[in-house]
Ligand binder design. Structure first.
Ligand code: LLP
Length: 424
């Protein structure tokens, strides 16, 4: 009998199917077998999804802008193997700390195509970045000028951009809105004039352009116009770095702008508001990695009181986003698609806020069932932690029916690996 393979909704990684027994297949691998082989919780990353979206950004920019650079915002999935994929696909890289810089270099990015951000960079981070031969440093505040000058050799110049907060707030969660008038990031338009003068007066800097990043998980692209209009008054520059921000659909009823629409809109806005022939840089994070990944859990307990509580073996240690931003996810019982049991999918952590999905609609969940939550690639691994001494999950790449661990599961030894024994 021919195998029935149902194509999954757009929240799942590209190429996801369900087999004749309705079992989820990720990158050609059976989700139940992945759970058995690698344990749960586990981040399962569909490599082709990562590569396809990286190419979609590059292709869209190549279609619309002559001079452009696409930077992977490494904070969204700071894992060497993911960074390596982005480097192989030809992206540049944005890092926001010395640690992310170390990861980017280890993953093989050409230092000249790495760009350093941060609102509180230390002198050591700046020194390491300059020593590595980093492409741009994005200066965020007046205190950074002197610190940076101190680590640049006399006679040489470091290419810099200035981060500007254009005073525009997109429609997103306040915790991830970054370009408004009252923000910790960048120079206000009022202070930008002095910052530009300061950068141009220094013999250690080559001021290449301006940078903005107004926020993340943005669906309505209109605020980019107001942001660019605010920036346009600051003068003529070669490079305009527009930050990231493209939102993604976390549930099947959501519809995010396409990569094509986002890129075309941004490029057209630069041409219209700033002028033609500019170098346009963009820093997508979430839209590159979110859909690539599905987290697998195993149900450990089911409780019924006022509501039904389905407890799994992970939670806020592997996905903080529901707790921090009220982010909504879908959940699915592997092998039993559909719903019928409305329940709260909870983690194993010692607080009531540890709920992964409120009012999830699951099909008859039972202890031992494998649960899959899609769209966990962005800022899941990135913000994972050891709350309650829970070892962090492995990262498993799947491709063409093969699975390989790229980050192993933490062990209890890792939990005490940094202890300094007073008796040693
Ligand atoms: N560039 C800069 C300077 C940024 O600060 C960010 C994200 C990006 C680019 C990438 O933005 P994206 O394309 O991913 O929207 N932890 C939060 C997200 C924080 C975003 C921080 N900055 C979350 O889980 O929603």
């Amino acid at each position: 009998m021919a195998t029935v393979r149902t194509i999954a909704s757009h929240v799942w990684p590209l190429g996801t199917t369900f087999d004749e027994d309705d079992v989820l297949q990720l990158g050609g691998c059976d989700a139940r077998e992945l759970a058995r082989e690698f344990g749960t919780p586990a981040y399962i990353v569909v490599e082709d999804d990562l590569r396809t979206r990286a190419r979609a950004f590059l292709d869209a920019f190549a279609r619309h802008a002559d001079d452009h650079e696409v930077h992977f915002a490494s904070k969204s999935f700071p894992c060497t193997a993911v960074l390596r994929v982005m480097a192989e696909e030809g992206l540049a890289c944005d890092v926001a700390s010395g640690g992310e810089l170390a990861l980017a270099l280890r993953a093989g990015f050409d230092p000249a195509r790495v760009h350093l951000h941060g609102n509180a960079k230390s002198e050591q981070e700046l020194r390491d970045a300059v020593a590595a031969g980093i492409g741009d440093i994005v200066i965020d505040n007046l205190d950074e000028f002197e610190k940076l000058e101190r680590v640049i050799e006399p006679g040489s110049r470091q290419r810099v951009l200035l981060r500007i907060a254009p005073g525009v707030s997109p429609d997103t969660h306040p915790k991830i809105s970054t370009g408004g008038p009252n923000t910790k990031f960048g120079f206000s338009i009022r202070d930008a004039w002095a910052a530009i003068e300061r950068a141009e007066a220094s013999d250690r800097f080559a001021l290449d352009g301006l940078h903005m990043h107004i926020g993340s998980q943005i669906f309505d692209l209109e605020p980019f116009r107001a942001a660019l209009e605010a920036m346009a008054q600051l003068g003529e520059f070669r490079t305009w770095n527009l930050g990231g921000g493209l939102g993604v659909a976390y549930t099947h009823e959501q519809k995010a702008p396409s990569i094509e629409d986002y890129v075309r809109t941004k490029v057209e806005l630069v041409e219209e508001v700033i002028g033609p022939g500019r170098r346009i840089a963009d820093e997508p994070g979430r839209a590159l990695v979110a859909h690539s990944t599905v987290t697998l859990y195993t149900v450990q307990s089911i409780k019924r009181n006022v509501a039904t509580w389905v407890g799994v073996d992970g939670g806020m240690s592997d996905n903080l986003r529901p707790m921090l931003y009220g982010a909504r996810y879908e959940a699915h019982v592997v092998g039993k698609p559909g719903g019928g049991t409305v329940c709260h999918l909870t983690g194993k952590h010692c607080e009531s806020g540890d709920v992964l999905v409120h009012d999830a609609d699951l099909n008859d969940p039972r202890p031992g069932d494998v649960i899959a939550t899609p769209v966990t690639g962005a800022y899941g691994y990135a913000m994972s932690n050891n709350y309650n001494g829970v070892p962090r999950p492995p990262v498993v790449f799947v491709k063409d029916g093969d699975a390989r661990v790229v980050v192993r599961r933490e062990t209890y030894d890792d939990l005490f690996g940094r202890d300094v024994d007073p008796d040693a």
